[in-house]
Structure formats: structure tokens, C-alpha cells
Design a protein around this ligand. Structure first.
Ligand SMILES: NC(=O)c1ccc[n+]([C@@H]2O[C@H](COP(=O)([O-])OP(=O)(O)OC[C@H]3O[C@@H](n4cnc5c(N)ncnc54)[C@H](O)[C@@H]3O)[C@@H](O)[C@H]2O)c1
Length: 328
């Protein structure tokens, strides 16, 4: 199949390389708002490039992958749907809730499949945690802790087009909390601060944040994250239940050091980027998208799922700004 990809920045170039290696994919064509960048990446990866997204969508694609900046997602999803091409789009769907809802309506009124990129759903650890909740082996889950700690911040132009910390970063935790538990968030209290470079604050954003969520079965969740985690890229989830506890992302590569004398775990090199932490999950996610394109699989993460996670992120932004509990 022939897959077109738009947006060849950090994740787009990485996704283009992954797509090229998939057995179901014969051709990859890339485009970017900066056509010179698309040409450079195409040359590096040995794929072709198109001068712009109109040419890309008009080139006989079987599938369309959107990895451009978040501010461009809504229009690009609309273009993919209008062209009738099965579409994959990186999270989140848009910068705000109203536009996310418009995309939801557009996609649900069409028959074109649209798959949103929450790759943690394809990670073996999160899948095992979901199975542990489903089988009841943890008993009832009373507390969950999640963290999304980036080792270093993205380039500063990224921030004004990202939607802010909760919509850009913690939204991954919100999606996976729903996926693992099958429960909905009913209220949030969130806070955040800018303690690193000043540009986060200049864009009205924070670089470290935390939220306390209450789920509809009275499970309490603390979700924290930062753009500055010196120890490495650290993404984990702990679930504590009446019969047992389980941790996702706790292995030899966890960016954590024990303070206990004589304890050497974890002994491996910490992950430094989301690309190395989630490499197998991204392969599984894009493989799933090729199955959606082939018509052999239903969309595994829908715009409705993305809308639900985004609503939680949006509530956290409101909570942070108004310093109060927000009920969903
Ligand atoms: N799932 C994940 O783990 C994950 C990780 C990183 C980023 N992302 C998401 O991927 C998207 C891209 O992030 P990134 O870190 O690669 O950003 P980036 O800034 O490195 O790259 C964005 C690219 O999009 C291009 N672009 C912007 N507007 C465009 C438009 N209208 N048409 C075509 N190209 C356009 C830019 O020129 C740039 O090359 C964001 O939405 C982000 O939320 C997801």
C-alpha cells in the first residue's frame, strides 16, 4: 500500500521510517509545510516527497498519516476525510475542545476511518495492566499513579502550537487511564509551574504539572509530569488494589535510582526519548493502522476516545487557571 505522511518533525520523520519498514507498506511519500525539510527527510529515508499536502492527497494514497503540529491537525483530518483516504493522526485532535468536537462530528458523519495516535494502547505493559484489571486479580483498584516525565523540553516553537502541558503531554495519561481501567473521570484538581526556561510561562504554559483525578468508581489517580527529568524519559503507571499492585514501565531502563543501600535495580541505561521508550508500541500502532487501511480491523483509538481524554486535559487547564476542583 501507498502511505502519505504530512509533517516530518521529531515524530513524523520517525513514523516515516517505521512505515517504510512495515511489510504491508510498499511506498511512503512525505510532505511538510516546509517542502525543503520534506525533501531532506525523504532523501535520508529513501522515500519520496510531495511539494504540499494537496499534491500528497492527490497522489493516489491508500492511507494518510498526520504528524504535523497540533494546530494543523483539524484541517488535515478534514482534508483526509474529504479525500476519502483512511487517516491516522497524532494526538491531540486539536488545540481546543470546540474544534475537537467539530472534528468528532465531521468524522462520525463520514465512513472514512480515522485513527488517533495514542501509542500506549499498543504497549505490552499497559496491555498487561488492563488485563490485570479486567480479570480482577488486583481486587478493587483504590489508587493509581501515572507520570510522564520528559528528559528535556521540545524546541520552544513547539509550545504555542501544542495546546499546553495537560493537552499535549498528560493527555497520554488520561487516555491510558480510561483504557486500562475502563472507568471515566468525574472530577479533577490540577496545578502546574514553570521552573525551567521562561518561554513556557511566556506562552501561558507550565513545564511541571500534577493533577488529582477521581474516577466514577472512587478510584483516586495522581497524574504528574515534567519537561525536565534529568534522570531520563520516565513514563510509568502504578495501580494499587485490594488484592495486589502492578507497575507499568518499571524495568531495567526505568530512569530512577534506589536510595536503599546495596540495591542496584534498575541497572540498565535509562530511556532518553519517547522514541526509544515506545518504539515497539509505535510499530504495533502503525501496523494496526495498515490493518485499518486494509479494512481488516476496526479503528483501535477513535476520535471519540481522543475527545474523552482531551476533555479531562481541558478540565485540568481550567482547574489550574482557576485553582479549583472541576467536575466533568
Ligand atoms: N504520540 C507521541 O508519543 C507523540 C510524540 C511527539 C509528538 N506527538 C505529536 O505529533 C505532532 C508533531 O510533533 P513533533 O514533536 O514532531 O513536532 P515538530 O515541531 O518537531 O514537527 C512538526 C512538523 O509539522 C510541520 N507542520 C506544521 N504545520 C504544518 C501544516 N499545516 N502542514 C504540513 N506540515 C506542517 C512543521 O513544519 C514540522 O516539520 C504533535 O501533534 C504532537 O502532539 C506525539
Amino acid at each position: 500500500m501507498r502511505i502519505g505522511l504530512v509533517g516530518v518533525g521529531r515524530i513524523g520523520a520517525f513514523h516515516a521510517a517505521t512505515l517504510k519498514g512495515l511489510p504491508a507498506v510498499d511506498q511512503v511519500v512525505v510532505a511538510d509545510a516546509d517542502p525543503a525539510r520534506a525533501e531532506v527527510v525523504a532523501k535520508e529515508l529513501g522515500v519520496s516527497s510531495a511539494p504540499d499536502v494537496t499534491a500528497l492527497l492527490g497522489s493516489g494514497l491508500d492511507g494518510f498519516v498526520i504528524a504535523a503540529a497540533t494546530s494543523a491537525h483539524a484541517d488535515l483530518i478534514a482534508a483526509g476525510v474529504a479525500a476519502g483516504v483512511p487517516t491516522f493522526c497524532e494526538k491531540p485532535v486539536a488545540l481546543d475542545l470546540a474544534e475537537t468536537e467539530r472534528v468528532l462530528e465531521l468524522v462520525e458523519a463520514s465512513t472514512v476511518p480515522v485513527h488517533i495516535g495514542f501509542q500506549r494502547r499498543f504497549d505490552a505493559g499497559y496491555q498487561a495492566a488492563r488485563a490485570a484489571v479486567e480479570t480482577g486479580e488486583l481486587g478493587y483498584v483504590h489508587h493509581i499513579r501515572t507520570n510522564t516525565n520528559d528528559a528535556f523540553p521540545p524546541h520552544h516553537e513547539y509550545i504555542p502550537n501544542s495546546g499546553g502541558f495537560f493537552r499535549d503531554c498528560t493527555v497520554h495519561d488520561f487516555d491510558i487511564i480510561r483504557y486500562v481501567t475502563g472507568r471515566e473521570v468525574v472530577s479533577v484538581y490540577a496545578t502546574g509551574a514553570n521552573r525551567g526556561e521562561a518561554f513556557f510561562g511566556e506562552y501561558g504554559d507550565v513545564d511541571s504539572a500534577a493533577a488529582l483525578l477521581t474516577l466514577d468508581d472512587n478510584t483516586f489517580v495522581t497524574a504528574s509530569g515534567t519537561r525536565y527529568n534529568g534522570a531520563g524519559h520516565d513514563v510509568r503507571m502504578e495501580l494499587h488494589g485490594s488484592l495486589g499492585s502492578i507497575a507499568v514501565g518499571l524495568d531495567e531502563h526505568t530512569a530512577l535510582r534506589s536510595a536503599e543501600p546495596g540495591v542496584t535495580f534498575p541497572g540498565g541505561q535509562p530511556h532518553m526519548t519517547f522514541m526509544d521508550r515506545f518504539q515497539p508500541a509505535y510499530v504495533a500502532e502503525l501496523t494496526a493502522f495498515t490493518e485499518v487501511v486494509a479494512g481488516t480491523r476496526a479503528v483501535p483509538c477513535t476520535v471519540r476516545d481522543a475527545f474523552a481524554a482531551f476533555r479531562i486535559a481541558d478540565a485540568c487547564e481550567l482547574s489550574r487557571h482557576e485553582n479549583r476542583v472541576v467536575v466533568l
